[in-house]
Design a binder for this molecule. Structure first.
Ligand SMILES: NC(=O)c1ccc[n+]([C@@H]2O[C@H](COP(=O)([O-])OP(=O)(O)OC[C@H]3O[C@@H](n4cnc5c(N)ncnc54)[C@H](OP(=O)(O)O)[C@@H]3O)[C@@H](O)[C@H]2O)c1
Length: 231
């Protein structure tokens, strides 16, 4: 049976590279973007790699998440892979004690609640088919083990995303829904900057590896370079 994958925030950066690599592996992929124009431009670059579909998606907006859930259900009736990639606000300019809390809320609403909304919306389809792979694109900045000061909104949102990963994994276990968090490393994107050490394709590598895990004991974990790392 053909497998369907959906990647949030995939008009550019790591999300775009993830769609491209999934297409090369013969998945049918739903590319999503906040702005339709950006999504259509991205799709045009990817059509030669395989069967790519488009739907608008703003993960910070519950109605937008509901719209894509309906689209997935009606168009495909299944979803095998969900990549929660959309992320914002690597807030190097502030610290926790003086943070702009409006910005913090905005960051949490996208990075944590966006992933949570998407997982909640699409879990029933995955449960029904007794198969699902959810990859939460997290960051070493969210690792409690390594955490110091700096990037407060971003780091707290990713630490919470890591906690969400464990919770979802527990819910998914009986249904062969595996849920893992992945740090892509430091990647050359608008967020990572052009001096970052990794290409977007390299950043996508472990995300795709986690989306294809067969071993059902590998769930509720945090990976970088296909190896488990500390939360
Ligand atoms: N780059 C790194 O070094 C690095 C390191 C560790 C983790 N990460 C994580 O990797 C993921 C991708 O990062 P990136 O470097 O590729 O960032 P990026 O180039 O800034 O791309 C972010 C993507 O997320 C989308 N997005 C933002 N808010 C959204 C929303 N509310 N709904 C839907 N899409 C939304 C953006 O869409 P627009 O074009 O509309 O803004 C864009 O497509 C993020 O979760 C990030 O935290 C990145």
């Amino acid at each position: 049976m053909e497998k369907i994958a959906l990647v949030t925030g995939s008009n550019r950066g790591i999300g775009f590279a993830t769609v491209k690599e999934l297409l090369k592996k013969n998945y049918k992929v739903i590319l999503t973007s906040r702005k339709e124009e950006d999504g259509r431009k991205a799709i045009a670059k990817l059509q030669k790699y395989g069967e790519v579909f488009y739907h608008p998606l703003d993960v910070s907006n519950p109605q937008s998440v509901e719209n894509i859930r309906t689209y997935v259900e009606r168009t495909f009736g299944q979803l095998d892979i969900l990549i929660n990639n959309a992320g914002i606000n690597y807030d190097t300019w502030q610290s926790a004690s003086d943070a702009d809390l409006t910005k913090v809320e905005e960051t949490i609403n996208t990075n944590l609640m966006g992933a949570w909304r998407m997982a909640k919306a699409l879990f029933p389809l995955m449960k029904q088919q007794k198969y699902g792979r959810i990859v939460n694109v997290s960051s070493g900045a969210g690792s409690m083990h390594l955490m110091g000061g700096g990037t407060p909104a971003y780091s707290v949102s990713k630490a919470a995303m890591n906690a969400l990963t464990i919770k979802l994994a527990a819910d998914g276990q009986r249904y062969n829904i595996l849920v893992n968090a992945v740090c892509p490393g430091w990647v050359r994107t608008d967020m990572g900057g052009m001096t970052a050490t990794r290409s977007p394709q390299k950043g996508a590598e472990t995300i795709i590896w986690a989306a294809e895990i067969e071993d059902r004991s590998l769930t509720g974990k945090f990976f970088r370079d296909k190896k488990e790392i500390a939360w």
